[in-house]
Design a protein around this ligand. Structure first.
Ligand code: UTP
Length: 293
C-alpha cells in the first residue's frame, strides 16, 4: 500500500535558463498544464493520498497552483464557464493532502528526499520527478505500484537509452529480466560510455523502502558534489534488492528544450482540437524550412 509520494521540485533548472530565472522548471507548461500538475495527476491515478513537495526559494508558484482560488472560482461560476471551473477545482489539492517542505540549498536529489525524512513513517513511498513526463495508457506510477511487491526492494522506472546518452543517467547492471521486472545487481550514476554496464537507464519514478532515508542520512556527496539518490540505492545492495521496471509509455525529458518541445507535440497530438491545428502548422514550417535549405 503506497500512499505517499514525494515531488522534489527544488532544483535550479539551469538547463532551461533564462525561463527558470523566476518560473520554477516544474511550472513549465506542456500544452495547457504545468509539468507538476501532470505529475500530481499521475500520482492521484496511482492511489496516492499524501503529496509531499520539496521546494526551495522562488518556487511558491507551485504552492499557489494547488490552492483553491475563491475569487476566480466565483467569477467562472457567475460567467457559467463550468468546464473551466471544474478544471481548476480538480487541479487543487486538499489542505490535508499536501505538505510543503524546503530544501535550503540544491545539494542534490538525494538531499531533497532527505528533507522529507521526518514526514515518512515505516512505509514504502513513491517519488516522481515532474520533469520526466510520461505519455502512457496506464500512468507509469500506477503500473509500478500494481507490479510492486516488498521483495522488489527499491524499484526504479527504467528505459533503454542510446549508448551515447548513458552518461546522463543512473545505469543498471542487470542480472535477469522477468517480463517487465529487471533484477539489478548494481546501479552507477552517470557512467562514461566505455564503462557503462548496460543501456538501461533510471528515469524519474521510484518506489523506495523507508530504510533508504537512513542510508541517505549517512551518505556523503557523490557525482557533482551532490547527495545522489542512486548512491543510496546502491549502498543498500545487496541486503535490499533493486528492481528496474520497464514501463509501457513514452518519456520526455522536459528538463531540456528539445524534450519539452517534443512533449508539447506528443501531448498536442492527444488533444483533438489542438491536433487539428498542429498538423497543418507543422507542415507549413517543415515545408518552409525545406524550401530555404
Ligand atoms: P535535475 O537533475 O534535472 O536538476 O533534477 P535541476 O537542478 O532541476 O536542473 P538542471 O540540471 O540545473 O538543469 C531532477 C529533479 O530533482 C529535483 C529537481 O527539481 C528535479 O525535479 N532536485 C534536484 C531537487 O529537488 N533538489 C536538488 O538539489 C536537485
Amino acid at each position: 500500500m503506497i500512499k505517499t509520494c514525494i515531488f522534489p521540485v527544488a532544483g535550479l533548472g539551469s538547463r532551461f535558463l533564462p525561463a527558470t530565472k523566476s518560473i520554477p522548471k516544474e511550472m513549465l507548461v506542456v500544452v495547457d498544464k504545468p509539468l507538476i500538475q501532470y505529475a500530481v495527476e499521475e500520482a492521484k491515478a496511482a492511489g496516492i493520498e499524501r503529496f509531499i513537495f520539496v521546494t526551495s526559494q522562488g518556487k511558491s508558484a507551485i504552492e499557489d497552483h494547488f490552492d483553491r482560488l475563491q475569487l476566480l472560482e466565483q467569477t467562472l461560476e457567475k460567467r457559467k464557464k463550468f468546464d473551466l471551473l471544474h478544471k481548476i477545482v480538480d487541479s487543487a489539492l486538499e489542505p490535508s493532502q499536501a505538505v510543503y517542505v524546503r530544501q535550503p540549498a540544491p545539494l542534490g536529489l538525494g538531499h531533497a528526499i532527505l528533507c522529507a525524512k521526518h514526514l515518512i513513517q515505516d512505509e514504502a513511498f513513491a517519488v516522481i520527478l515532474a520533469d520526466d513526463l510520461i505519455l502512457s495508457k496506464t500512468p507509469c506510477l500506477k503500473q509500478m505500484i500494481n507490479a510492486y511487491t516488498p521483495e522488489d526492494g527499491n524499484m526504479v522506472a527504467t528505459m533503454v537509452v542510446d549508448p551515447s546518452h548513458v552518461s546522463r543517467y543512473g545505469i543498471l547492471t542487470i542480472s535477469e529480466q522477468i517480463e517487465q521486472k529487471i533484477r539489478a545487481i548494481n546501479v552507477v550514476e552517470k557512467p562514461t560510455r566505455d564503462v557503462a554496464p548496460s543501456c538501461s537507464a533510471v528515469i524519474g519514478r521510484y518506489i523506495l523502502r523507508h530504510e533508504l532515508l537512513d542510508t541517505l542520512h549517512k551518505q556523503s556527496p557523490g557525482a557533482g558534489a551532490e547527495i545522489q539518490l542512486t548512491d543510496a540505492i546502491q549502498h543498500m545492495l545487496p541486503t535490499t534488492p533493486l528492481t528496474g521496471y520497464s514501463y509501457e509509455g513514452e518519456r520526455f525529458d522536459c528538463g531540456t528544450k528539445e524534450g519539452w518541445l517534443e512533449a508539447n507535440i506528443a501531448f498536442a497530438c492527444q488533444n483533438e482540437d489542438v491536433y487539428a491545428h498542429l498538423v497543418p502548422m507543422l507542415k507549413r514550417y517543415v515545408d518552409n524550412y525545406t524550401h530555404q535549405h
